[in-house]
Design a binder for this molecule. Structure first.
Ligand code: FES
Length: 99
């Protein structure tokens, strides 16, 4: 018998916003508006009552030069965005399948 445990979470989409903020002045998503975009996305999805979609903040995703960045699973689609509006457009197109 396996010790493996499976969780019942089963999100249809899981979005991670890097919100890492560096204190040493190097470029980081948190220094480029990622926190605002993350909070906006959470409000947007809650308002739409998106079922099976979860949005989380993450630490550095290793794509700092393209930041701020987000990634959508299970497709593993990566995006850089310039501002809140562009992040919203990405979510509408690639998470909610609306334009
Ligand atoms: S700080 Fe966001 S990917 Fe590194």
């Amino acid at each position: 018998m396996s010790d493996e445990r499976r969780l019942a979470a089963g999100y249809a989409k899981h979005v991670f916003f890097c919100t890492n903020q560096r204190a040493d002045g190097r470029r980081s998503c948190g220094g480029c508006g990622a926190g605002e975009a993350f909070e906006h996305a959470r409000r947007q999805l809650a308002g739409l009552r998106a079922q099976g979609v979860r949005v989380d903040a993450s630490g550095c995703l290793g794509q700092c030069e393209h930041g701020p960045v987000l990634v959508i699973y299970p497709e593993s689609r990566w995006f850089g965005y310039r501002d809140v509006a562009e992040a919203e457009t990405i979510l509408r197109r690639h998470v909610l399948d609306v334009d």
